[in-house]
Design a binder for this molecule. Structure first.
Ligand code: NAP
Length: 247
C-alpha cells in the first residue's frame, strides 16, 4: 500500500467534494475524509446510497456532510454552475475535489463498441470531470491549498485489448490531469494529480472480473492512504503526479 499514515485531524476545516460517493471507492473516500475531519460533499446519482453514507457519517459524529444528487451522464453546464453557487454560499471554498465516479462500459473489441455506449461512457468518465472542475475553479482558488484528484486506472497508463472506451477515457483523465497541473504550477495554490487504485473489491471490479475471488483484493477502505495524503496539507507541493494506491 501507499506508505502514509494520516493524523486523525488531517482534514479538519476542509471541504471535499467526491463524485460517486454512494458506493465502492467513492464511499470509502467519503467516510475516510469525514473521519479525518473534512466536511464532505457527497455527489452521486443514487440518492438512497448517498443518504446511507450521510447517515453513517452523522452516526459516527463526524462533520455534517452535504448531499448532491446529480447524474453525470445528463448533467448540463447549468447544473455544475448551480452547484458551484450553492457551495459558494454554504462554504465559500472547496479544498478538495475527487473525480471518482466512472462507468466500466463494454469490454469488447473496439469495433464492436456501439457509438452510443462510447459516448455515454465518455460523458460520465471524461466530459463530466472536465465540466465539474471548470465550474469549481473559483471555489478551488478560494481555498488556501486545494487538491484535485482524478481516479485513473492501470489501463489508463498502459492500455490492454478489450478495455475499450474505459481505457481510452482513463488516458483522457491522465491528460486532463497533466494539462491542468501544468497550468496551475506556479500560478495558483491548486495541485492536480491522479491515482490508480489498483484491483479493489467493488461492484466495478466484480463486473470486470466475474470469475475472480473478491477476497483476493483489498477493500476500498484499505486503499485510502494515498487519497488522504493528496487531500491533506502534506502534499501541497505534489503536482502533476500519477500515483498508485498500492505503492
Ligand atoms: P463502483 O463501485 O462501480 O462505483 C462507481 C460509483 O460511480 C458509484 O457510486 C456510481 O453510482 C457512480 N456513478 C456511476 N455513474 C454515474 C453517473 N452517471 N453519475 C453519478 N455517479 C455515477 O466503482 P469503483 O470500483 O468504486 O470505482 C471507482 C473509481 O475507481 C472509478 O473511477 C474506477 O474507474 C476506478 N478504478 C477502480 C478499480 C477497482 O478495482 N475497483 C480499479 C481501477 C480503477 P451508483 O452507485 O449510483 O451506480
Amino acid at each position: 500500500m501507499f506508505d502514509y499514515s494520516a493524523p486523525p485531524n488531517l482534514l479538519q476545516g476542509r471541504v471535499i467534494l467526491i463524485t460517486g460517493a454512494g458506493d465502492g471507492i467513492g464511499r470509502a473516500c467519503a467516510l475516510s475524509c469525514a473521519a479525518h475531519g473534512a466536511t464532505v460533499v457527497l455527489l452521486g446519482r443514487t440518492l438512497s446510497k448517498l443518504e446511507a453514507v450521510y447517515d453513517e457519517i452523522e452516526a459516527a459524529g463526524h462533520p455534517q456532510p452535504a448531499i448532491c444528487p446529480l447524474n453525470l451522464e445528463t448533467a448540463a453546464e447549468k447544473d455544475y454552475d448551480d452547484l458551484a453557487d450553492q457551495l459558494f454560499d454554504t462554504f465559500g471554498k472547496l479544498d478538495g475535489l475527487v473525480h471518482n465516479a466512472a462507468l466500466l462500459g463494454p469490454r469488447t473489441l473496439l469495433d464492436s463498441v456501439k457509438n452510443e455506449a462510447w459516448q455515454q461512457l465518455m460523458q460520465v468518465n471524461v466530459n463530466a470531470p472536465f465540466a465539474l472542475t471548470k465550474a469549481m475553479m473559483p471555489l478551488l482558488r478560494a481555498a488556501p491549498d486545494a487538491s484535485v484528484v482524478f481516479v485513473s486506472s492501470s489501463v489508463g497508463r498502459k492500455a490492454r485489448a478489450y478495455w475499450g472506451p474505459y481505457a481510452v477515457s482513463k488516458f483522457a483523465i491522465e491528460g486532463l490531469m497533466q494539462v491542468m497541473a501544468d497550468e496551475q504550477e506556479g500560478t495558483s495554490e491548486i495541485r492536480v494529480n491522479s491515482v490508480n487504485p489498483g484491483a479493489t473489491r467493488t461492484a466495478m471490479r466484480k463486473a470486470a472480473y466475474p470469475a475472480e475471488e473478491p477476497e483476493n483484493n483489498p477493500e476500498p477502505a484499505q486503499i485510502m492512504p494515498v487519497f488522504l495524503y493528496l487531500l491533506g496539507p502534506e502534499s501541497k507541493k505534489v503536482n502533476g503526479q500519477a500515483l498508485n494506491a498500492r505503492g
